[in-house]
Design a protein around this ligand. Sequence first.
Ligand SMILES: NC(=O)c1ccc[n+]([C@@H]2O[C@H](COP(=O)([O-])OP(=O)(O)OC[C@H]3O[C@@H](n4cnc5c(N)ncnc54)[C@H](OP(=O)(O)O)[C@@H]3O)[C@@H](O)[C@H]2O)c1
Length: 339
Amino acid sequence: MTGNTPASRILILGAGAVGLALGSGLHAAGRRIHFVTGGRVPAHTITTHGIQRVGILGEVRVPPEAVEVSPRLADLGDFDFDSVLVCTKSTANPEVARDLATAWGKFPRPPRLVVCQNGWGNAETYAEALDPQYVASASILTGFRRNRAHEVEVTVHARAIQIGRLFSRKIEDLEPLCAALCAGGIPCETSTTIEADLGAKLLYNCLLNPLGALANVPYGRLGESPPTRALMEAVAREIFNVLDAGGLQTHWPSAESYLEVFYRDLLPPTAGHESSMLQDLRAGRPTEIDALSGAVTRLGRKLGVATPLNAALVELIHAAEQARQGTGTGSSTRGFSDP
Ligand SMILES: NC(=O)c1ccc[n+]([C@@H]2O[C@H](COP(=O)([O-])OP(=O)(O)OC[C@H]3O[C@@H](n4cnc5c(N)ncnc54)[C@H](OP(=O)(O)O)[C@@H]3O)[C@@H](O)[C@H]2O)c1
């Protein structure tokens, strides 16, 4: 499979912040992009207005005629896709994996699937539904915000997106996709250490997202206050205990060495950011807590490692979700108004 001819299509599941941003980059690199949307934002919003990308990685405008959209996977024609990017929230994985398994037989050749999500255990859901050989994962430390249904802003960029496979070491076939994203202004590279890359993102998200959401503060405030620093440090130690017990590699030998890098290099550039979990709570949407602290807690239980703090964060976030249910807009855009 060559997969890098200019005319070959890339299917993007989820026209949210990440999906629109990656789609804009792929279009700028000459690739054909086809979205499956989640239903809340009507497909015609994108087919009418196209996509606008703004922010720190430059501006890209995708004209409406260059974007194909299907409201559901079941509505797809028998197009030849060389890659499928899963850009939904992890909460949609059971439904998306089931629909993909049904649609898979319609593809003239099996595409490669890249799971572009935060959390732990997402790729495994797709490997079970499809076949592990097709499944790759992306670790993303770039921040995207959807301001309007068709407009995404790149707000922060810490490192090139890393794409690799958990179930094999094969990465060569991922290179054309990474090259296309780079050519479209979104730095991206293949990785042979994707498990550690995803672990690094898991640590960052588990320290900041639930506490930021519960305290209703941007990330930087969590680092300024001794009580929240102590909580983040305890969360990090629990995660290292679990990863060590499972024989899982991170990029750091201990929680202490990670925390040094976290406070020095990772937290300052994103100090002003609010957690997506806080935005989900405000909008009355389910959060990704089960793929973050929930995944740590489940793995800890399996390995016999205590994770009381991560478990408490899961319960507190679920309680907050229930309290907020039905109170927000449900929209995944902030300040969104359909143009
Ligand atoms: N945003 C960031 O800066 C960032 C950075 C790194 C990693 N991530 C991770 O990337 C993933 C996506 O985040 P995001 O910020 O792009 O979320 P988002 O803006 O909420 O976008 C997710 C999109 O998926 C759609 N969707 C839901 N169910 C679907 C389905 N069955 N089929 C197709 N589309 C469906 C939603 O549509 P509806 O709104 O219509 O339901 C929504 O537009 C998350 O795991 C997140 O943690 C995000």
